[in-house]
Design a protein around this ligand. Structure first.
Ligand SMILES: [Fe+2]
Length: 201
């Protein structure tokens, strides 16, 4: 896969660009899970919406694994022997257009797993086999020092909420709306960021 030219994206095209990724590549396998990549992210978003969670959580869940598609590192495979940092790649594309709460949910969804494994013993039981496999590649549970540092993030609550949706969105049998159902909400998040005067490229 060649790296998409993300430098030409604007606040008017980013929502459609992401939709194109869902449409073209969403059917790809989420390796080790009974769902496709699109189903996985849509399930998280749909569950958040059903639960009446705020739009920033819904959009955070919807986009959390987008880096699997935008990264030159390629996609995660059960054969990987090192982590490929898809979360950082995703956040880098999104941060020009989205509020930091959204990009933090993307950037730290792997760190949140390491955090929760260290601080909530019952959380580990929620993890799928593939997620446990990647946890080991990602450095295992955080040390107490790492966890204390992680807790300083002002968006901690939202990051954790998206992480739980990441675990929830791996059902073989769930119907969800498609990306375009959420697109107006995604655009609202973009508009919020742009309206707030945060830098736009
Ligand atoms: Fe995920």
């Amino acid at each position: 896969m060649s790296k998409p030219d993300v430098s030409k994206l604007t606040s008017d095209t980013i929502v459609e660009f992401i939709g194109g990724i869902f449409d073209r590549r969403g059917g790809e396998e989420y390796l080790g899970e009974p769902v496709t990549m699109a189903e996985h992210m849509l399930q998280g978003a749909a569950i958040a919406e059903q639960n009446g969670q705020p739009e920033e959580i819904i959009v955070g869940a919807l986009l959390h694994d987008i880096g699997h598609f935008t990264s030159e590192f390629g996609t995660f495979s059960m054969d990987d022997t090192e982590d490929r940092f898809h979360e950082e790649a995703g956040a880098e594309v999104l941060e020009q257009f989205f509020p930091s709460v959204i990009t933090d949910c993307v950037r730290y969804h792997v760190a949140a797993k390491r955090y929760l494994c260290a601080t909530k013993p019952e959380y580990f039981n929620r993890l799928s086999e593939a997620s446990i496999h990647s946890l080991n590649l990602q450095g295992g549970p955080m040390t107490p020092q790492e966890a204390a540092e992680f807790e300083k993030n002002p968006n901690l609550k939202q990051i954790i909420a998206v992480r739980y949706l990441d675990e929830a969105g791996k059902r073989a049998d769930m119907e969800t709306p498609d990306y375009w159902h959420f697109a107006p909400m995604v655009q609202r998040m973009v508009d919020k960021h742009m309206g707030a005067g945060e830098s736009a490229k």
